[in-house]
Design a protein around this ligand. Structure first.
Ligand code: GLN
Length: 552
C-alpha cells in the first residue's frame, strides 16, 4: 500500500466564497470515479473550533455527522452523496484540530526537544493528515477542499502545506481554483479582472492553478476563456465554464462538457481507466427533470425566519433526502417551511387546520424549548387527521411526548430537556450524559455516529428497510425513557426499532390500521441518503404523502 502513488487535487476558492467550492469538489470526485479511479475527499475548515459540533446551524449550516460520530461541515455530506461513500473522521480537519494535535505532540515530547514552530510544524501535521486519509481510504485520488478564499489569513498554512506537497511530488498534485466572474448590472459584461487578481494572490503563496473553474451566471465565451488563460498563465482549455444551474446534480455533467476530467488526469500524469459514462448519474439527473406530479411536504421547525439561504444550508441533508425519494417515485417535491411558533397559543390553534393543505409533515432534529408547544400541537393535528408524518430525532421524541399527553392522558408529559420536574419524563437523559452535562462539557458529549438497531417483524420500518438489522447515525443526548415503554406500547404506540440490548428505542410508529404513515426515528436517516440510493424511510413517507394527495 505504501508504495502506491497517490494523487491529490486541491480545490481553493478565489474572489468570493459561497460560489460552490463544495459542489465543485464533489463533482470532480464523482467524475474521476466514473473514469475508473477510487476517490476520497478531505475537507479543511480554517476556523478554530475543533469540530463543527458546537456551531450554530444558522451561522454555519448543518452539522453533518459521520458514521464514526465526528461532527463536521455540511460539505462532507455533499461528498458522501456525490461519491456514494461513507467518510471517516480522518477526512475532516480544522485549524483548531490541527493545532490541538501539534500541541499534544509537543507536550508528549514527540518533537524530541525541538523548537516547535508554526512553519513547518503546522503544515507538516496537515500533510500527514491528508496522506493518512488517502491511505486509509486506499484512494487513487484524494480531493482536498481548502475552506475560505485565497488572500485571507485563515487558510494560509493549509495553502503552505499544499505547496510543500507539490514541491515534493510535482506530478502527484494538481490545483483547481474556483473563481467567480461578475456581470456588473450597469456594464452588462462579464469581468475577468477579479479572477486575475485572485490567481496572482494564489501565485504569491507559490501555487499556480492547473485549472480554473469559472463560476458565473451564464456560460463563459471563448474570449473570456482566452483572456483568463492569457493573464492567469494557463491554457484556455483549462478554464472551465461553470454557469449557474438549476440543480447541483447537473454540475458533474457540465464539467465533462469542458473535458474537466481529461485535463485533470493529464495534469496528474494519469491515464483514464474508462471513458466517461456516468450512466447512473445521468439517469438520476433525468428523473429530476421529467414532468411529474407534485408532492407537498411541510417542514415544521424553528430556524426558519432567517432568509432562504441559511435555511436550506441548515437542513440540507433533510431536503436532499426528501428530493431523492420523491424523484425515485416520479414526483416533484415542493417543500414548505412552517414556523412551529405559529401553532402556539389561541391564534395558533386556528392555524392548525392549514396543515391539511400538505401531503406530508416532517419535524426535523432540534434542540431547546423554542417552538416546542407548536410542534406538539402540529403532531397532534397530523396524528388525529391522518396526515403522513415523519419525525427525525427531536421529531420522534416529541411524537412520544404528544402520545403520552393526549392518548395516555398524562397532560404534563415532557422531555426533561424542556421540563426537568415533570412527573412523566417520557424522554430523559441517559445517566452517562448527565455526568458530562453537569460539568458543562458539551463538546462531543452526545450519542454520536452510527449504532445498530434491530427491527421488529411486521412493522412499517421492517418492511421499508427489508432487513432485520440496520445501522444509522445519531446526534442527541436524550432517549425514550425505558420506564414508560410498556405503557406507551399498551396504548398502541409501536417501538419498531430498538438497540440490540433492547434498552434504547430507535424507531416509533403507529400501525397502518391506525394511521397511513406516522413514524419517528431517534437517529438521523437523512445522513444516510444518497441520490443513487434514496433512504427507505423517506421513500415510504413520500409514498404515503403521494397517496394522501390522491385521496384528497
Ligand atoms: N434535543 C434532542 C436531544 O438532544 C434531539 C436532538 C436532535 O434532534 N438532533 O436528544
Amino acid at each position: 500500500m505504501g508504495l502506491r502513488t497517490r494523487k491529490y487535487i486541491f480545490v481553493v476558492g478565489g474572489v468570493l466564497s459561497g460560489v460552490g467550492k463544495g459542489v465543485t469538489t464533489s463533482s470532480i470526485g464523482a467524475i474521476l470515479q466514473s473514469r475508473g479511479f477510487s476517490v476520497t475527499a478531505v475537507k479543511i475548515d480554517p476556523y478554530i473550533n475543533v469540530d463543527a459540533g458546537t456551531m450554530n446551524p444558522t451561522e454555519h449550516g448543518e452539522v453533518f455527522v459521520l458514521n464514526d460520530g465526528y461532527e463536521t461541515d455540511q460539505d462532507m455530506g455533499n461528498y458522501e452523496r456525490f461519491l456514494n461513500i461513507s467518510l471517516p473522521r480522518d477526512n475532516y480537519m480544522t485549524t483548531g484540530s490541527v493545532y490541538l494535535s501539534v500541541i499534544e505532540k509537543e507536550r508528549n515530547l514527540k518533537y524530541k526537544g525541538k523548537c516547535v514552530e508554526v512553519v513547518p510544524h503546522i503544515p507538516l501535521e496537515i500533510i500527514e493528515r491528508i496522506k493518512k486519509a488517502s491511505e486509509k481510504a486506499d484512494a487513487d485520488i484524494t480531493t482536498v477542499e481548502v475552506g475560505g478564499t485565497v488572500g485571507e489569513y485563515q487558510n494560509i498554512l493549509f495553502l503552505e502545506a499544499a505547496r510543500m506537497m507539490e514541491l515534493q511530488n510535482p506530478d502527484d498534485v494538481a490545483f483547481v481554483m474556483v473563481s467567480y466572474l461578475p456581470v456588473p448590472g450597469n456594464l452588462g459584461e462579464m469581468k475577468t479582472k477579479p479572477t486575475q487578481y485572485a490567481v496572482r494572490t494564489l501565485n504569491s503563496t507559490g501555487i499556480q492553478p492547473n485549472i480554473i473553474v469559472a463560476r458565473s451566471a451564464t456560460p463563459l465565451d471563448n474570449i473570456r476563456k482566452e483572456k483568463i488563460g492569457m493573464f492567469c498563465n494557463i491554457a484556455k482549455e483549462s478554464v472551465i465554464s461553470a454557469p449557474d444551474v438549476e440543480s447541483i446534480y447537473d454540475v458533474p455533467l457540465n464539467f465533462e462538457k469542458d473535458k474537466l476530467s481529461d485535463i485533470l488526469l493529464s495534469s496528474l500524469k494519469l491515464k483514464p481507466k474508462k471513458p466517461t459514462d456516468m450512466k447512473e448519474w445521468k439517469s438520476f439527473v433525468a428523473k429530476t427533470k421529467e414532468p411529474r406530479k407534485e408532492v407537498n411536504i411541510a417542514i415544521v421547525g424553528k430556524y426558519f425566519n432567517i432568509g432562504d439561504f441559511t435555511l436550506t444550508d441548515a437542513y440540507i441533508s433533510v431536503i436532499e433526502a426528501i428530493k431523492y425519494s420523491a424523484y425515485s417515485l416520479g414526483a416533484k417535491p415542493k417543500i414548505h417551511w412552517l414556523s412551529a411558533e405559529d401553532y402556539e397559543g389561541v391564534n395558533g390553534k386556528k392555524k392548525l387546520a392549514g396543515l391539511k393543505k400538505y401531503d406530508g409533515v416532517l419535524i426535523p432534529g432540534g434542540f431547546g424549548s423554542r417552538g416546542i408547544e407548536g410542534k406538539l400541537a402540529a403532531i397532534r393535528y397530523v396524528r388525529e387527521n391522518k396526515i403522513p408524518y415523519l419525525g427525525l430525532c427531536y421529531g420522534m421524541q416529541l411524537a412520544v411526548v404528544e402520545y403520552a399527553r393526549n392518548v395516555l392522558g398524562w397532560s404534563d408529559a415532557n422531555t426533561t430537556e424542556i421540563d426537568g420536574k415533570t412527573a412523566h419524563p417520557v424522554i430523559d437523559i441517559m445517566p452517562e450524559q448527565k455526568e458530562k452535562m453537569a460539568k458543562s462539557d458539551y463538546g462531543g458529549t452526545m450519542r454520536l455516529g452510527a449504532y445498530p438497531a434491530i427491527l421488529s417483524k411486521g412493522t412499517i420500518a421492517r418492511e421499508a428497510y427489508g432487513k432485520d438489522e440496520i445501522s444509522e447515525r445519531h446526534r442527541h443526548r436524550y432517549e425514550v425513557n425505558p420506564d414508560y415503554i410498556a405503557e406507551l406500547e399498551k396504548a398502541g404506540f409501536v417501538f419498531s426499532g430498538k438497540s440490540p440490548d433492547g434498552i434504547l428505542m430507535e424507531i416509533a410508529e403507529l400501525p397502518h390500521d391506525a394511521h397511513p404513515f406516522f413514524l419517528g426515528t431517534q437517529f438521523h436517516p437523512e445522513f444516510h441518503t444518497r441520490p443513487l440510493s434514496p433512504h427507505p424511510l423517506f421513500t415510504e413517507f413520500v409514498r404515503a404523502a403521494m397517496g394522501s394527495r390522491e385521496n384528497k
